[in-house]
Design a protein around this ligand. Structure first.
Ligand code: SF4
Length: 528
């Protein structure tokens, strides 16, 4: 449990590193909004901030919004950093800056938990989830905040039960500057897909928060000003189906009570399509998007990666079922699998057409530590440690052919006319199935209307007038305007613009072919 008071008091600066250009963070959409500057509030660091003793002052800086300043470092007695593998250069750079002020720096989160050896310059490594290692770190800093003589590695052996997690310190973040709100309900996944590090890092028996905790978090997000979409960052929302069914009535009641101010999104396995009782309740709770790791339409490939559960219903049928409950499917796709052939790219493009999924994150296979894939490729001597490549996997097909196939898929899948045709389909066959929610006073407020007007102005001017794909845009937008579907128009135009711009960069070789690769990412470390 969080300590109320620990003396002496220490001032803690929590710094979240910058992301660099990424398909999944939608940064090309930000200039069309009313001031969004970052993707989602970082759950891990805000959780730690809330867990620190109540009498310790905490500053939180997300460097995606603004860099930590000299004043921040001079104020602090210790610095906490957290992030994912792709933020490694930025995390190391924050450490350097903090050391220039002779501050002790602790790093936690998924990257250091999987690869502690990648962070030799940090003073404290926090390996694993919130738990006894966190208590030990707090105790050590309280005793002595100065830099230890040698690196100290603290590993969580006893995790804090999720039911004891405090509400993340959303109040410390500039929450209105995020594209999406975020919330965590569970941790862990019962499956064991070969490439995935979730079971290795967080276990196969999902741990969950109580419905009351989730409602308290939603209330706090609302108090902090979130009115748009909120993403459940859990790796698999139905990892524990019974718990999901227990939670949903609480979400439905909360939405009714608060006037459906939030649209909900989550990640789940595609076999959710076999659970109409869950899908119906999700519709009532106003879930509008599910990210499904479809990975590949090739059944042999799914079997090879131990993702047979994706085949519990035919994939296209599963997508249609989810759409019939008003939820758009977003799909993860992997290229460079051992089962790929020279025809894989074309098969994937056919799948994109048939599935009508607008947003697919198409990545090259990357082996992550603590995965069965990593172990197998290590045995087969097929791990390549070369940051200049787009993947650390020695593919069975020639590397250049795989990267070229990826670029071609990105270019063709995100041609504006193709993308907007898929969005038009979604408007008619998915969004039309959503719950018809009452217009709440918050939605009718001048602040909300002003926000929508700013976004519409930006979209019409920057895309509809100045944009080079304006013809495809207006073909999609005019019917939306005729139907009065302003919300659908704004959401599709924002995300669509990001996808089109990113895919163009990608097809020219200006973007990474893997969300995990750090190629091209070094240059974006902010200079202070
Ligand atoms: S279902 Fe998803 S979260 Fe679970 S192991 Fe597979 S890829 Fe990972």
């Amino acid at each position: 449990m969080r300590a109320e008071r620990i003396e002496p008091v220490r001032r803690i600066l929590c710094v979240f590193p910058r992301y660099t250009s990424s398909f999944g963070t939608f940064e090309h959409a930000y200039p069309l909004t009313d001031g969004v500057q970052a993707f989602m509030p970082p759950q891990g660091l805000l959780l730690i901030a809330a867990y620190l003793p109540a009498n310790w002052p905490v500053r939180f800086i997300d460097e995606n919004i603004s860099p930590a300043t000299k004043d921040d470092f001079e104020w602090a007695e210790a610095v906490f950093v957290s992030g994912m593998h792709i933020q490694r250069p930025q995390m190391n750079e924050i450490c350097q800056r903090a050391h220039a002020f002779d501050l002790a720096v602790a790093i936690g989160g998924p990257s250091v938990s999987a690869c502690p050896d990648d962070y030799p310059s940090f003073d404290y490594l926090h390996v694993g989830e919130l738990g006894d290692a966190t208590d030990e770190l707090i105790a050590r800093l309280s005793r002595d905040p100065s830099r230890p003589d040698a690196q100290v590695v603290l590993t969580t052996n006893e995790r804090l039960p999720m039911t004891d997690f405090p509400v993340p310190a959303y109040e410390l973040a500039e929450i209105r500057k995020y594209f999406l709100g975020s919330i965590q309900y569970s941790s862990g996944c019962p499956y064991q897909c070969e490439f995935c590090d979730i079971p290795g890092l967080y276990g196969r028996n999902p741990r969950i928060k109580s419905p009351q905790q989730i409602i308290a978090e939603l209330d706090k997000l609302r108090e902090c000003g979130v009115t748009g979409s909120v993403y459940f960052v859990d790796d698999n929302f139905i990892g524990n189906r019974k718990a999901a069914l227990d939670l949903l009535p609480h979400l439905i009641a909360w939405q009714k009570r608060t006037g459906y101010v939030m649209r909900l999104a989550c990640e789940a396995t595609l076999n959710i399509a076999k659970r109409p009782e869950i899908l119906e309740k999700m519709r009532e709770a106003y879930f509008i998007t599910i990210f499904c790791g479809i990975e590949t339409p090739d059944p042999d490939a799914l079997r090879a990666m131990q993702k047979d559960h994706n085949m519990m219903v035919p994939i296209l049928e599963g997508i249609r079922t989810i759409n019939s409950y008003g939820m758009e499917v977003v799909s993860g796709i992997i290229m460079g699998l051992d089962t790929d052939t020279p025809e894989t790219g074309d098969a994937l493009l056919t799948f994109v057409e048939e599935s009508r999924i607008p947003l697919l994150t198409i990545n090259l296979l990357q082996a992550l530590p603590k995965t069965p894939l990593w172990d197998r490729l290590e045995r087969e001597k097929r791990l390549v440690h070369d940051d200049s490549r787009d993947s650390n996997v020695e593919f069975l097909l020639p590397y250049d052919d795989v990267v070229e196939a990826w670029r071609k898929c990105m270019a063709l899948a995100y041609r504006p006319e193709k993308l907007f045709a898929r969005y038009a389909y979604q408007c008619e066959y998915t969004y039309a199935n959503r719950l018809k929610v009452p217009i709440s006073p918050e939605m009718k407020s001048w602040a909300n209307i002003k926000r929508a007007l700013i976004m519409l102005r930006n979209i019409f001017w920057k895309v509809g007038v100045l944009g080079d794909y304006r013809r495809a845009f207006w073909k999609f937008a005019l019917p939306r305007l005729r139907h009065g579907d302003i919300e659908g128009l704004i959401a599709s135009a924002l995300v669509g613009h990001h996808l089109i711009v990113f895919a163009r960069d990608a097809s020219r070789g200006h973007q990474n072919a893997s969300n995990y690769s750090i190629r091209l990412r070094e240059a974006s470390v902010p200079a202070e």
